[in-house]
Design a binder for this molecule. Structure first.
Ligand code: T1G
Length: 690
């Protein structure tokens, strides 16, 4: 007996119960006693069959991710599964919650699998930059067929029991008590005359349509967006079909170990824990109860307000959407309907789901209709006097305890809160456009925001599938403040001789889905232009482009030309001429600029601003900043976020180049932040300075 594994014998059936909170991860503290329990059950003649079950909220959620990168400790997971497959007595995995990664792989080492209807199974290793490392890419194809296995493995997404049962991945759905049904199932199997086969002995499902399978594998590479793991996972599934079991298993392990050692996986494992850490907020412990939220109000039915209304409706919450007049409201509701129609057309949701979500959004032009809301968020024009007016009106209408939220991207949440009689109920909920798609939610903590308001915002974020990061009040909070640093240098580089296409190419080669100028054209130059004007800021080239009607893809011209409504960016000689004219007007000497300079003058000032944000306490952790940039701005997953990348690249090299550009330009953006200097001196990581 150990504190993580216990065995009871129930009339010849050994029930091995695992109990390793919070998710029964297969750390060494579980693998070792489980190995001993299996050996004992195998050797015990009184044991006729074995059930493996888990206590707590879920079956095994996989290997212990925190162990990767450390010296492996025997028994390994493959050792465990090898022992399982040496047992002739019927073995049954009893699955509830989620059987993920190594948890599913262990279940695949059993003869049979029984699961609760609400359970899910999956192989999410690719989300960690890995591939299944304990037989998942070799056993699953034998169980459900290579095509189905390929989809499960390269997507990393879990599947529900209807699909799992129809594929044959589970043998029985338990409608009652899982453990009792697993024991009865084991007895049934014992009573059968037929021999019990392990998956490794089966090859009937490996007969495939080669051409279709190869097409599916080629598609994986196209959709991998530069990530290695999905491509390697597909290679391992192909090996399952073309190689004999043992060789395919050995090759899978080699690939897995290569992935564990890769920078890409280190970055993605960092983000796994960083995302969870970001939701842990100073002064908001598990004892702080979230306020009940049953109805949401959204003010403003424009692009942001409409997207926010959809985000909450998608999370199952009824929404009252307020606009100033019927025409604006109708326009907003029509756009929402079109957005959902697009999702149905793409197959993301069904027609019925579209109807259900639309039914949750009710329009109004009267503030009184918001009176019953538990939380109201405004997404009105980005001007402080407009925000003040809205919050003054909300303060009069909303019930005590209701939460007043602002979607402002930049403005001072404390100043907005000050116009209300309840600053403790005011919080920033900064969604990223398109709000119903982008994962990031910056929760902006005002000086007087109550802890339970933050707890409510965090719970809401989870409920609507957003990734929350709590940030402090400053101009642009975390993401936009660092973006402003980069944006200023983007313009300077164009004036000094780089072209939009050259800058964008450096970014895509770094791993960004697209460069800053293509992104500006996609999101619309006029939106940033209006923001700049409201803040009294200028950007010589982008302003000139807007004044000339270059608003980006939507107007057929931005930094690039777009012909026949296509989205392919074509370098525009008129834009180049405009840049050169602007440079002459501003007396900027032009020269050729190389890729290294572009990286140093765009990425390094962002990292430097990130260090200042940490110094000022606007972000609690450097990893919070990584979560913001990966989920809100498309920072390459394989690089782990700007701060993680800086730690791995070398703070000293970054400080040295910042000093070079500071000396050359005199621009304060390049003045190394003290925290960054300290890191350069001490080495280690940002966390070491906390
Ligand atoms: N290892 C270590 N810690 C884990 C963990 C894991 N696999 N899964 C969760 N945790 C921690 C998590 O950090 C958090 O800690 C707490 O558990 C609750 O997690 C060999 C190589 C199971 C769906 O990728 O998807 O097997 O913050 O907040 O929202 O082929 O956790 O409380 O201190 O996410 O209810 C593959 C990862 C591993 C699954 C539950 N498995 N986990 O979600 O809770 S690699 C995974 C999840 C592998 C083999 C390969 C989710 C969950 P703390 P949580 P949740």
């Amino acid at each position: 007996m150990s504190d993580t594994v216990s065995t009871t014998l129930e009339d010849g059936i050994a029930v091995i119960l695992l109990d390793n909170p919070p998710v029964n991860a297969l750390g060494h503290n579980l693998r070792e006693p489980l190995f001993r329990a299996l050996e004992a059950a195998k050797a015990n003649d009184e044991v006729k069959a074995i059930v493996i079950a888990c206590a707590g909220r879920t079956f095994i959620a996989g290997a212990d991710i925190s162990e990767f990168g450390k010296p492996p400790k025997a028994p390994s997971l493959p050792d465990l599964i090898g022992l399982l497959e040496s047992i002739d007595k019927p073995t049954v995995a009893a699955i509830h919650g989620t059987a993920l990664g190594g948890g599913l792989e262990l279940a695949l080492g059993c003869h049979y699998r029984i699961a609760e209807r609400s359970a899910k199974i999956g192989l999410p290793e690719v989300t960690l930059g890995l591939i299944p490392g304990a037989g998942g890419t070799v056993r699953l194809p034998r169980l459900v067929g290579p095509e189905a296995a390929l989809g499960i493995i390269v997507s990393g997404k879990p599947i529900g029991m209807d699909e799992a049962f129809s594929l044959g991945a589970v043998d029985r759905i338990a409608e009652g008590d899982l453990k009792s049904e697993a024991i009865s199932f084991a007895r049934e199997k014992l009573a059968e005359e037929a021999p019990h086969h392990h998956i490794r002995e089966r090859s009937d499902k490996l007969q495939i349509d080669d051409a279709a399978f190869e097409t599916a594998i080629e598609q994986v590479a196209r959709k991998a967006r530069g990530l290695t793991a999905p491509v390697k996972a597909a290679e391992s599934v192909r090996n399952a079909v073309t190689m004999e079991f043992g060789a395919a298993l050995a090759r899978e392990r080699e690939i897995f170990l290569e992935r564990v050692a890769s920078e890409e996986s280190a970055a993605q494992r960092h983000l796994f824990f960083a995302t969870r850490e970001a939701a842990k907020v100073r002064g908001v412990g598990r004892d702080i109860e979230a306020r009940p939220v049953a109805r949401i109000g959204v003010i403003g039915a424009g692009t942001m307000g409409g997207g926010i209304a959809m985000a909450f409706a998608n999370g199952g919450l009824p929404v009252t959407l307020l606009e100033m007049n019927d025409e604006a409201l109708a326009r907003g509701l029509h756009q929402i309907d079109r957005n959902y129609a697009g999702s149905v057309k793409r197959g993301s949701i069904s027609e019925d789901e579209k109807t259900a979500r639309l039914a949750r959004i009710q329009g109004t032009t009267s503030y009184d209709a918001l009176a019953g809301c538990d939380l109201v968020i405004e997404a009105v024009f980005e001007k402080m006097d407009v925000k003040r007016q809205v919050f003054g009106a909300l303060d009069k209408v909303l019930k005590p305890g209701a939460i007043l939220a602002t979607n402002t991207s930049y403005l001072d949440v404390n100043e907005i809160a000050a116009v209300t009689s309840r600053p403790q109920d005011v919080v920033g909920l900064h969604f990223f456009s398109p709000a119903h798609i982008m994962k990031l939610l910056e929760i902006v903590r005002g000086d007087r925001t109550a802890p339970d308001v933050l707890a409510t915002a965090l719970a809401l974020a989870r409920r609507i599938g957003k990734v929350p990061v709590v940030v402090g009040v400053c101009n642009g909070f975390v993401g936009n403040r660092m973006l402003a640093a980069r944006r200023e240098q983007n313009e300077a580089l164009l004036l000094e001789g780089a072209t939009p296409a050259q800058v964008d190419k450096v970014f895509t080669q770094f791993g960004w889905p697209m460069g800053p100028f293509q992104m500006a054209d996609l999101s619309g130059l006029d939106i940033a232009w209006n923001n700049r004007k409201s803040l009294g800021q200028t950007a010589p080239i982008a302003d000139a482009l807007c004044e000339a009607g270059h608003f980006g893809q939507k107007s057929g011209r931005g930094f690039y030309l777009y012909e026949d409504g296509a989205r392919i960016p074509i370098p525009d000689p008129d834009v180049q001429a405009l840049i050169e004219r602007k440079a002459a007007e501003l007396g900027v000497e032009r020269r050729s600029i190389d890729a290294e300079e572009i990286i140093e003058r765009t990425l390094y000032p962002m990292i430097n601003e990130g260090a200042r944000i940490l110094e000022e306490g606007i972000a609690t952790r450097a990893s919070d900043i990584d979560v913001v940039w990966v989920n809100g701005y498309g920072f390459p997953l394989a690089k782990g976020g700007p701060m993680f990348w800086a730690e791995r690249f070398g703070p000293a090299r970054i400080v040295e180049r910042l000093e070079h550009w500071h000396g050359r330009t005199g621009n304060a953006l390049f003045e190394p932040a003290p925290l960054l200097r300290q890191l350069a001196l001490t080495g280690g990581g940002f966390a070491s300075l906390a």
